[in-house]
Design a protein around this ligand. Structure first.
Ligand code: PEP
Ligand code: MG
Length: 580
């Protein structure tokens, strides 16, 4: 924690709330950081100026690349370095560069206008996405555009920030977060962004406390005001009173002790108090999360969401990049297994702007969409199976949104055919690459024996299973109170699937959010599911409950949950159990 010496006259205290993005707390003077806004008007040039404008663009790219390389060299964090790598790649993307040069050459656009136009469509696509992660990535891309424009306009990027300040801003790109560390700031508060935004990931890896999504922070806070922020709770106090400061410092101390305890838990053996082993894996989507996965000693990746590749595919991707993505994940996970889920596009995860559906969650998503887009499916299988061949025994394929057995039969045929092709091209392949399904649609849970016979493993997706069992849209705020993964009907299906997996001797895991609810995780263990996968940030908390209780107690809990009639009864049961 740090505090600025220069006091500001306290007026009334104001409290804001955002999402806790990077642990730790700070008290300091606010610095409002504003991005430069460019108003690029449509402008054309004479044919004789084309070469100058293309050269200006090339020079700006070179300048930006060296700036990013320098930032990367200074950053001291693998995660930050990986994110900056992706930025450098984007700056050098030949498709984008080609598009800009073409606009200058053929349309006679000025270099600024060509940059503006080339980035426009891509940024709009990302911003309009229903996927919050895609919206967050648009910040990184806008930053590249703006920095290129700054280089062309020869504008400097050195705000006058005093050391110890808390930076308050609308949003930040990864490059900006790292650059800000040069000013020895004590914290970051952003109006926008989620906890998975690149800014948040980098703040975490650099140990800078951060609160994101605080909505009105830049409107409510002026530079020079004193601010206290808590990156563990997401709370921000502007002009904190003495009492607030005292309470705040107490929370900081408690957080410190809690972190210490959780850190201890991480190095403990993964077994219940009476010696029953369990496995905790990580759900991830981005290579930037690997450092945290390793730090938490997770047993590999229980769910690799691959939709981000699809999102970025339109402009920046090809088969080689897809293979690189999977190889990076394999390299970053030692000798542990990685469960790669095929694109779960559709539903809330954007697929194609042209296909708007009335009920996207009941529509064209997951395996349904893949079987209708064989090129997309075959390309992804080719990338995954090539990487599987290079890391034999470590890759598993997970199929999303399976509803009927025929989908699995068709997919297996496609896998065989891609394996054949790779073999004939002289690639090494993993003949035994396991194929499993997400159990997230009630029809699969109800006929689980038939599915279990056909697959190598099962993974229960409680997020979707809950929405389909309870007929409650998981993203609809109006009915959010009915969407509860602890509902007894969900437990009934989990138990059915667990029993079937045991009968068929098939690996079973739960990768939905319910697995990261500590008492629910204990209940799953009691039902015979000892392999759970969750967001990395949840692993320590779940482990601390599982190591502290006995398997016998968990089995008793699992038996009792089957008698519950309502979610409230489950909640009471779990509450009493955790306090016993
Ligand atoms: C699930 O449905 O539980 C799941 C893990 O998948 P997603 O949240 O990506 O739909
Ligand atoms: Mg799902």
């Amino acid at each position: 924690m740090s505090e600025n010496s220069k006091e500001t006259t306290p007026v009334t205290e104001l409290q804001l709330e955002g999402a806790p993005a990077s642990s730790g707390s700070a008290i300091g003077k606010a610095f409002i950081y504003k991005k430069k806004e460019f108003d690029i008007q449509s402008s054309t040039i004479k044919r004789g100026e084309v070469l100058d404008h293309i050269n200006e663009f090339k020079k700006a790219r070179i300048d930006m690349e060296s700036e990013l390389q320098k930032i990367q060299g200074d950053s001291n964090s693998d995660e930050a370095s990986d994110i900056i790598d992706a930025q450098i790649e984007m700056v050098n993307d030949p498709v984008l560069a080609g598009q800009i040069e073409k606009l200058i050459k053929e349309e006679l656009y000025s270099v600024e206008f060509a940059i503006q136009r080339a980035f426009e469509d891509y940024i709009r696509l990302m911003n309009n996405s229903d996927n919050p992660q895609a919206r967050e990535r648009s910040i990184d891309i806008s930053d590249i555009r703006d920095r290129l424009l700054e280089y062309i306009n020869k504008e400097s990027d050195s705000p006058a920030i005093e050391s110890g300040c808390i930076v308050v801003t609308q949003d930040l790109s990864p490059r900006e977060v790292i650059s800000l560390t040069n000013y020895h700031i004590s914290g970051i508060i952003m109006d926008r962004g989620g906890v998975t935004s690149h800014a948040a990931i980098i703040a975490r890896s650099l140990g800078i406390p951060a609160v994101v999504g605080a909505k009105t922070a830049t409107e409510s806070i002026n530079s020079e005001l004193r601010v206290a922020m808590d990156g563990d709770s997401g709370k921000v106090f502007v002009n904190p009173t003495d009492l607030t400061l005292k309470n705040f410092k107490k929370v900081i101390e408690e957080n410190r002790k809690r972190d210490e305890k959780l850190n201890e838990v991480i190095s403990k053996k993964s077994e219940t108090s009476d010696g029953h082993p369990f496995i905790l894996r990580a759900n991830i989507e981005f290579p930037e999360e690997l450092e945290q996965v390793r730090a938490l000693k997770a047993s590999g990746i229980g769910l690799l969401r691959t939709e981000s590749i699809y999102m970025e595919k339109e402009h920046f991707d090809d088969l080689t990049k897809q293979k690189e993505f999977y190889s990076t994940i394999m390299e970053g996970t030692g000798s542990e297994p990685v469960i790669m889920r095929l694109f779960d596009a559709g539903g809330d995860k954007i697929f194609d702007e042209k296909h708007k559906e009335q009920n996207p969650f009941l529509g064209w998503r997951g395996i349904r969409l893949l079987l209708d887009n064989r090129k997309l499916l075959r390309e992804q299988l080719e990338a995954i199976l090539t990487v599987a061949g290079a890391y034999p025994g470590r890759v598993k394929i997970l199929v999303p949104m399976v509803t009927v057995l025929e989908e699995l039969t068709k997919l297996r045929e496609e896998i065989q055919s891609v394996q054949q092709k790779l073999k004939s091209q002289g690639h090494k392949i993993d003949e035994e690459v396991p194929v499993g399904i997400m159990v997230e649609v009630p029809s699969v849970a109800l006929k689980i024996d038939k599915f279990a016979e056909m697959v190598d493993f099962l993974s229960i997706g409680t997020n979707d299973l809950t929405q389909y069992v309870l007929a409650v849209d998981r993203g609809n705020e109006l009915i959010a109170d009915i969407y509860n993964q602890r509902h007894p009907a969900v437990w009934e299906l989990i138990a059915m699937v667990a029993n079937s997996a045991a009968r068929h001797n098939k690996q079973i895991t739960v990768c939905g959010e319910l697995a990261s609810d500590p008492v629910s995780a204990a209940c799953m263990l009691g039902m015979g599911i000892s392999d759970l996968s969750m967001a990395p940030s949840k692993i320590a908390r779940v482990k601390s409950i599982l190591v502290g209780k006995s398997f016998e107690e968990m089995k008793a809990l699992a038996a009792k949950v089957m008698d519950c009639s309502t979610t409230e009864e489950v909640n009471n049961l779990f509450q009493n159990w955790s306090e016993s």
